[in-house]
Write a protein that binds this ligand. Structure first.
Ligand code: F6P
Length: 336
């Protein structure tokens, strides 16, 4: 089952789990459609090695996904009924913090046979060094910044590029460092407008076209919360986005440099995963099959250095993995 926002590598997880499970353990698989919705509504389909052919490089998820809450529409009791009538021995839940928090509760409190695989392009999940999808998102953002830089240089403009990152600035930090941004703004560390304008002026004064990378969840010092210009999503969460459009005219007014903004949005989640993400996803999928066969309910596959290990899901969802101070400080010398 894949649940929550999608991310490049979900299909590689499915392929890794199915191939390893069938070939090594001789077990059978079924695909639950659209996250918890499929388990609550008994929308389940057989999944064979034939179904996962050629999947490691394909973006999205062949199973579909949703943000359906596991405790809605009958919740754990309904899931138990479906699991029993379908004869399922284990559920592999692939998802982000919300999905894994639900999966941990279902395993630990309700006694359901659930194991997990961590996924998020935001890379904000604790209990694993990296999540798959992040490397791809950072690579797409980096390439986009490289492209925007050439047009910015032609016109002697400043470019503000907004990347995803609801609560954390990992994509902004990595893409900003990789593409040589002059200003990086992330949710974890406040930056004043004056500091931002100083970075922009300093780049311009050296003859550069200033590049500003901002995470969607960055909160300017004169606001209480992140910019959400698009209302709420179906699950009630604010749809973040719009900070780049807010910053661009402020930069132009304060520095006199003509400024444009670009919001990368879901481009960062779509398309083919990088080789790194394909390998990580495949290994995590295979490890999840092992966890299911072991009956390690409440645990998830995770990355520790270069090793695939497993950890308690409940421990991984206590807090978010934010950009630490030393990574932020290390970036400072590259700005401006
Ligand atoms: O959590 C991943 C993420 O891509 C966030 O960075 C972003 O705020 C959110 O999902 C967008 O969600 P949706 O696809 O529902 O608009």
């Amino acid at each position: 089952m894949t649940s929550g926002g999608d991310g490049p590598g979900l299909n590689a997880v499915i392929r890794g789990a199915v191939r390893h499970g069938i070939r090594t353990h001789g077990v059978e698989f079924a695909g639950i459609r659209d996250g918890w919705r499929g388990l609550l509504e008994d929308d389940i389909t057989p999944l064979t090695t034939f179904d996962v052919r050629g999947l490691s490089g394909r973006g999205g998820t062949i199973l579909g996904t949703s943000r359906t809450h596991p405790y809605s529409d009958g919740g754990p009791d309904r899931m138990r009924e479906v699991i029993t009538t379908r004869g399922l021995d284990a559920v592999i839940a692939v998802g982000g913090e919300g999905t894994l928090a639900g999966a941990a509760r279902l395993a630990d409190d309700e006694g359901l046979p659930v194991v997990g695989v961590p996924k998020t392009i935001d890379n904000d999940l604790d209990g694993t060094d990296y999540t798959f999808g992040f490397d791809t998102a950072a690579a797409i953002a980096t390439e986009s910044i490289d492209r925007l830089r050439t047009t910015a240089e032609s016109h002697h403009r400043c470019m503000v590029i907004e990347v995803m990152g609801r609560h954390v600035g990992w994509i902004a930090l990595h893409a900003g460092m990789a593409a040589g941004a002059h200003a990086v703004l992330i949710p974890e560390f406040p930056v004043s407008y004056e500091q931002l304008f100083t970075w922009v002026r300093s780049a311009r004064d050296r003859g550069r076209a200033p590049i500003v990378v901002v995470a969607e969840g960055f909160v300017p010092t004169d606001r209480d919360e992140a910019v959400s210009a698009k209302g709420e999503a179906r699950d009630g969460r604010p749809r973040l986005g719009g900070i780049a459009d807010e910053l661009a005219p402020l930069i132009e007014e304060a520095t006199g440099i003509e400024t444009r903004s670009t919001v990368l949005g879901h481009l960062q989640r779509g398309g083919s995963p990088t080789a790194y993400d394909r390998v990580l996803s495949t290994r995590l999928g295979m490890a999840a099959a092992d966890l299911a066969v072991r009956g390690a309910w409440g645990r998830m596959a995770s990355l520790d250095g270069t090793d695939i290990v497993d950890v308690r899901m409940a421990d991984a969802v206590v807090g978010l993995k934010r950009v630490p101070l030393d990574r932020w400080q290390e970036m400072q010398v590259l700005l401006g």
